[in-house]
Design a protein around this ligand. Structure first.
Ligand SMILES: Cc1ncc(COP(=O)(O)O)c(C=O)c1O
Length: 420
């Protein structure tokens, strides 16, 4: 991230964040465009080095916007979408429909028809009933991979084998549902079986869980004489939110995973499939920050020191949802972090907190600007109009320019669907 203090003010690629906030207002999402492109390159280079055939689909749920998807097209990335809305947004961009994969554990008939008409590359089928529904609705051959549940769950450093039988996603290998799914797709009239998909978790720091899963899946495919063209291993690669986290070591991790695939295929004399990845958070997460203006400050003696900002859980839900932790910086001055405080949102919920118990400069006052770091993934895309808050604007920054990508919502847009 090219975020740094220059002459005691926080800058991105040399642009002062105070100037950007003045022009576009706050709350504001600011992305380092160069960093997004770099993350795409890192995955591509790592996969290229493995010698495997590969595709990478950006998981659009992390942050969907037409301009971001155009950038993905420029970087030769495909897209993974999970709803009619994500597909619609993707189709307004330069990403070719045959680079889009359609996911979801409860696709509606109209979503299936929309995806077929749009010419998406393949469906990621998630249930037995979906097989019959796609086969019935398809008027021509469509491609599909089957989302299987390998019974492995991984988050951060840990993974649990057989930890995830109770999941709304995928079909369980252990319970025989995955094999039943493969056989039904193979027997379907209008569906070409392409392969299998799994996604074992999120914010995964290292590769052990994925490696174990890959071994298990290839053994299962071989034992059951299932032939695949594509092995899609999902996303879930970690990013650094605070010093307690590490960014997934993309180069080393992808090498470990691809080596494991090659070696498992060799062991079982099984043909090496094309590898598909779906990273979301690791592409955009660390590249994005949120700028807020400080408002009311409330000291509760011997208890807490609340600094409230002009946004909150309507644009930053992950602290309330997962007790997630974030780094925060004072933008318009560089000063020692010497006072413990809580950064709170302005919405009517006690749980509307951005960051509890963080040391920041004691001098913080009304009108100052704060930057919350690593908010590029699952922030704008999870934003809401709770308390009729307006969805913020989004800008992309490179050395050369600051360009608007999404406009701030307007008050009129808030009631545009109201019957008045
Ligand atoms: C099927 C699937 N693929 C990819 C992703 C992207 O995960 P991440 O943003 O952690 O890379 C998710 C996230 O939930 C997912 O469910």
């Amino acid at each position: 991230m090219t975020l740094q203090y220059t002459d005691h003010e926080l800058t991105m690629h040399g642009h002062k964040l105070t100037d950007i906030a003045r022009e576009y207002g706050t709350p504001l999402f600011v992305y380092d465009e160069t960093m997004i492109r770099k993350q795409c390159h890192r995955f591509q280079q790592a996969l290229k080095a493995s010698g495997l055939n590969y595709t990478i689909s950006y998981a659009s749920k992390a942050f969907s916007s037409v301009q971001l998807f155009n950038l993905m097209a420029e970087e030769h990335m495909g897209l993974d979408v999970v709803s009619e809305g994500e597909l619609y947004t993707a189709l307004q961009s330069n990403v070719a429909p045959d680079r889009i994969h359609f996911h979801g554990n409860n696709k509606t008939d109209s979503e299936i028809l929309y995806a077929i008409e749009s010419g998406v590359e393949y469906f990621v089928i998630d249930s037995l009933d979906e097989i019959a529904r796609i086969d019935r609705l398809a008027t021509r051959q469509v491609k599909a991979v089957l989302r299987i549940n390998p019974g492995v769950e991984a988050h951060t450093h840990e993974f649990i084998q057989t930890g995830q039988e109770d999941s709304k996603f995928g079909l369980s290998i252990k319970k025989g549902l995955a094999l039943e799914g493969v056989r039904r797709i193979e027997a379907a009239d209008h569906i070409d079986f392409m392969g299998v998909h799994f996604h074992i978790g999120s914010q995964i720091f290292e590769s052990t869980g994925t490696v174990e899963t890959v071994k298990l899946v290839i053994q299962w495919l071989n034992e059951n004489n299932i032939h695949i063209q594509v092995l899609n291993i999902g996303g879930g690669f970690s990013i650094k939110y605070t010093d307690d986290d590490v960014s997934y070591p993309i180069e080393e991790g992808i090498k470990t995973i691809t080596d494991a695939i090659k070696s498992a295929c060799q062991t079982h004399d099984y043909p090496v499939p094309e590898l598909s990845l779906e990273p979301g958070r690791s592409i955009v997460g660390e590249a994005g920050i949120t700028l807020y203006e400080v408002g009311t400050i409330k000291e509760i003696k011997d208890t807490n020191y609340y600094v409230s900002i002009d946004g909150g859980m309507s644009d930053h839900i992950r602290t309330a949802l997962y007790d997630a932790k974030y780094e925060v910086r004072l933008v318009n001055r560089e000063e020692p972090h010497d006072k413990m405080m809580t950064i709170a949102g302005k919405l009517c919920e006690s749980g509307d907190i951005i960051r509890r118990d963080i040391e920041l400069p004691a001098s913080i006052q009304r009108g100052d600007l704060l930057a919350v770091l690593s908010t590029g993934a699952y922030h704008y895309s999870m934003s809401s109009n709770y308390n009729q808050m307006l969805k913020p604007a989004v800008v992309f920054v490179t050395e050369e320019q600051v360009r608007p990508v999404i406009k701030r919502q307007t008050l009129a847009q808030l009631i545009q669907n109201d019957i008045i």
